[in-house]
Design a protein around this ligand. Structure first.
Ligand code: PNS
Length: 163
């Protein structure tokens, strides 16, 4: 069975993430989308909330599981006995950071953990969780960027009522 992990902050999940999830789920028998529990960051949504959002958004995809992890990705992948990491590449600006992560993980795992990049569909190539949060914080319309139920949750965080 071919399995992969798609790790990320997903704060919040956007249509760009969902696009990568759907496409990776077509390629692999089992895809685990895993939320990084990063104590250093101050996220908008808790890990539990982010997991719930991803579960709701992927409920129609039977081979997609949602989980969370803390610590090193290589340790988490080893524990799950998974050897492929999925990451989305939006533009050249993502490349350096992603290359560094992929190379680091290969070295840390002694060559056992590879990273596969899927190029984000063009309509989502400009999209980021940070811009979604910034737009919502100024009461802008984010309904083109995230599913409706996610948009409501984001607006609630900023004390706005739905658009
Ligand atoms: O959605 P993001 O914030 O771009 O995801 C980054 C993520 C979670 C893939 C990366 O920060 C990560 O894997 N962190 C876990 C710590 C780790 O293993 N670091 C070494 C490799 S970069």
């Amino acid at each position: 069975m071919k399995a992969a992990i798609y790790p990320g902050s997903f704060d919040p999940m956007t249509y760009g993430h969902l696009d990568i999830i759907r496409r990776a789920a077509e390629i692999f028998d089992e895809l685990t989308v895993s939320v990084l529990n990063n104590k250093g960051k101050s996220p908008l949504f808790s890990v539990e909330e982010r997991v719930k959002i991803l579960q709701e958004a992927t409920k129609e995809l039977p081979n997609v599981k949602v989980d969370s992890f803390s610590g090193l990705l290589v340790d988490y992948a080893k524990e799950k006995d998974v050897h492929v990491i999925i990451r989305g590449l939006r533009a050249i600006t993502d490349f350096e950071y992603e290359l560094q992560g992929a190379q680091t993980n290969r070295i840390l795992s002694e060559g056992k953990l590879d990273t596969m990049f899927l190029t984000t569909s063009l309509e989502y190539a400009y999209l980021s969780s940070s811009s979604v949060k910034e737009i919502a914080s100024f009461h802008g319309d984010i309904t083109q960027f995230v599913p409706e139920f996610v948009a409501q949750l984001v607006y609630e965080k900023y004390g706005h009522t739905a658009k």
